[in-house]
Design a binder for this molecule. Structure first.
Ligand SMILES: C[S@@+](CC[C@H](N)C(=O)[O-])C[C@H]1O[C@@H](n2cnc3c(N)ncnc32)[C@H](O)[C@@H]1O
Length: 271
């Protein structure tokens, strides 16, 4: 018989260091890369019914349908490029990528957004994906080989401390990742550092409408499921502004019960 987890048995986010939180995130996305879990959600481990938000409830999730519903084209993509997708939107759709641009994807997962971006920037452009989960990086690299893409690169690293030189990126994209970072202010300062003057960001992420009940917000499953670490819209935009971005705004929102999946843009001022 499956042991039933009680809230008192489970680890709490508020008792963890930033490194411990990242270890939990890495463990969760190792399962997504191996496909023992689909999307951001590990419903098996959920200690309360509120643990997973409305976008997590249908099981099993057909990731190809999710990807299509976000407006991606799956033509020519191997199943391995869509099956471990764990995004909450499509940052590329409104990013107006141009031939020759250098793109950085924060938390690139199995690589779907990197591959979409690579098609748009062409052979004269380049797309770099950064992720901290080895299984995701391996899967993304295998997918790049299957697709024969030579203008993509995956680097192991933490988005709070990017393995990227100053000022070399034209546009940063990210899909459902910044909510998972314990130090979001550092992520935005790093994003600002690596962008060239006049460069831009187009982020898909979860933002909250209000605050989550404390006991739900503090659950590991809620955090790794992209909800517990999410912050309200005003706070998100303020952190970007404080990092130096201008014209910061939410360009689109799709609401669910506790928050929205939003597309957020901002610019690094021209010198
Ligand atoms: C919800 S998934 C999204 C993956 C991908 N963007 C997609 O849309 O399918 C989150 C990804 O971000 C990575 N990640 C989370 N926190 C990170 C951090 N601090 N540094 C680097 N990668 C991180 C995880 O390893 C995982 O692959």
């Amino acid at each position: 018989m499956k042991a039933v987890k009680k809230l008192s048995d489970t680890k709490r986010i508020s008792d963890m260091t930033s490194a411990e939180i990242k270890d939990e995130v890495r463990k969760a996305y190792t399962k997504v890369a191996r496909r023992t879990v689909t999307g951001c959600c590990d419903q098996e481990d959920a200690p309360t019914k509120e643990s997973t938000s409305s976008y997590c409830k249908s099981s099993p999730i057909d990731m190809k349908q999710v990807v299509l519903s976000f407006g991606y084209s799956v033509d020519g993509l191997p199943a391995s490029a869509t099956e471990s997708y764990a995004g909450c939107g499509n940052p590329i759709a409104l990013a107006s990528l141009r031939e020759g641009e250098i793109v950085l994807d924060l938390g690139s997962g199995a690589g779907l957004d990197v591959f979409e971006a690579a098609k748009r920037v062409g052979e004269s452009g380049r797309v770099i994906g950064v992720d901290m989960t080895p299984e995701m990086l391996q899967k993304a690299e295998e997918n790049a080989v299957k697709l024969g893409m030579t203008n993509v690169e995956f680097r192991k690293g933490d988005i709070e401390n990017l393995p990227i030189e100053d000022g070399m990126i034209d546009i940063i994209i990210s899909n459902c990742v910044i909510n998972l970072a314990p130090d979001k202010s550092r992520v935005f300062r790093e994003a600002f550092r690596v962008l060239r003057p006049g460069g831009r960001v187009m982020i898909s992420d979860i933002i909250l409408h209000g605050s989550l009940p404390e006991e739900v917000r503090d659950e590991v499953i809620t955090y790794t499921g992209c909800l517990g670490g999410a912050i309200p819209e005003e706070e998100y935009l303020q952190l970007m502004h404080d990092a130096g971005f201008e014209n910061v705004k939410v360009v689109e929102k799709a609401k669910f019960d506790l928050g929205s999946s939003a597309r957020i843009s901002g610019y690094k001022p021209k010198e």
